[in-house]
Design a protein around this ligand. Structure first.
Ligand SMILES: [Zn+2]
Length: 357
């Protein structure tokens, strides 16, 4: 296999023994991890792809299309503060690199150059892509709890991040009477409560999830009335309509809350990833292959974002999930039975062969 890289450090290995077509079938995932993460998230997809290529080579299977293994960098966003950087670069969506530096102030491109030049890799160039496949651990408890081995991913949930800032007036907690306070904290509490209420009671979507995941209180001192509270909310659904429902209703609720008070409200919505529908054609192939091998499978959506979310904007993409034991991920206890990984890799192999022969 020829080993290549691109400027941001994504690594590619191309297997093109006797292939006649130029378009490649891309298979892989990411190999970076969150801090204190596990050994399976991402790695299962890269090792699975490598095993698929080894198997094809060992058995001398003739291919029409080359198979391209990919290991994306910076999927988790741990080092440079932004998720999906490798795949974002790959689909040409990074316009300004200057914001991406690590804790030592080193730019992402410098870092990438350092390790790719050292290894003397060649540049990938612009080989066209026929389809993309990613095998990944589910990172949830659906497959494991239902005792099903293969998840055929239909959609990947989109993500919106909301920053809600409430401003009041800092003052002494002892000497300021209740009726003379501008305390934003109780209002923040009601908003947090409402996030859960709205997400639980959406009349048309049972895939909508909302999480108030962080809060910053200023000055955060027990005997001082806070001057400012910032809540950060994570909103996800497989349809934009569901995400909009939570965002709109929460905004209305918060605006109404502060209407007759002196608290100021600032809401900022940042779209981090759009909801994505994966390729029907590839979904059907994956299901067919799982069925042929008599593995239990089910169609399901992914609540977590993956490199595939971005790649699906440009290419035909399919994703295979394997069970996470007890649904645990992004923790040292993260694990998947090797037997399940083997089954997932076999479905990956069959799907790759269908697409490349
Ligand atoms: Zn991952």
């Amino acid at each position: 296999m020829g080993i290549y890289f691109d400027e941001i450090g994504n690594l590619f290995g191309k297997y093109s023994k006797n292939t006649e077509k130029e378009e490649s079938v891309m298979v892989g995932s990411h190999i970076d991890s969150v801090k204190n993460g596990g050994r399976f998230d991402g790695v299962v997809g890269v090792m699975g792809a490598l095993e698929v290529i080894r198997t094809i080579d060992k058995n001398n299977i003739a291919l029409k299309h080359p198979i391209e293994l990919v290991a994306f960098v910076e999927e988790e966003g741990t080092t440079f503060g932004s998720t999906l950087l490798g795949s974002k670069f790959f689909i040409d969506e990074i316009k300004d690199f200057s914001r991406y530096t690590d804790d030592d102030g080193v730019f992402i491109l410098e870092k990438a150059e350092e390790f790719t030049i050292k290894k003397d890799y060649k540049k990938r160039g612009n080989t066209p892509i026929k389809a993309v496949l990613e095998m990944h651990v589910e990172q949830g408890n659906v497959l494991y709890s239902e005792n099903i081995t293969i998840g055929v991913v239909t959609n990947i949930a989109g993500v919106n991040w909301l920053s809600i800032v409430l401003k009041g007036q800092s003052n002494h907690a002892g000497s300021t009477p209740m009726h003379l306070r501008k305390d934003p904290f109780p209002t923040a509490g009601l908003i947090i409560n409402e996030v859960e209420k709205i997400a639980k009671n959406c009349p048309f979507s049972d895939t909508l999830v909302g999480t108030a995941g962080s809060i910053k209180v200023t000055p955060n001192v027990t005997n001082v009335i806070p001057s400012e509270v910032e809540i950060n909310v994570d909103v996800r659904d497989i349809s934009q309509k569901g995400m909009d429902y939570l965002v709109t209703n929460l905004k209305e609720f918060a605006e109404k809350l502060i209407e007759d008070s002196e608290i100021e409200l600032f809401i900022d919505v940042e779209e981090t990833a759009p909801p994505i529908k994966l390729s029907d054609k590839i979904m059907n192939i994956i299901s067919e292959k799982a069925e042929k091998r008599s593995f239990d499978f089910k169609h399901m959506h992914s609540g977590a974002v993956h490199d595939s979310s971005l790649l699906a904007k440009k290419y035909d993409v399919g994703m295979i999930f394997v069970p996470s034991i007890d649904g645990i991920s992004h923790a040292p206890e993260e694990a998947t039975e090797y037997e399940d990984i083997e089954k997932g890799a076999n479905v990956l192999l069959d799907t790759v062969l269908e697409l490349s022969t």
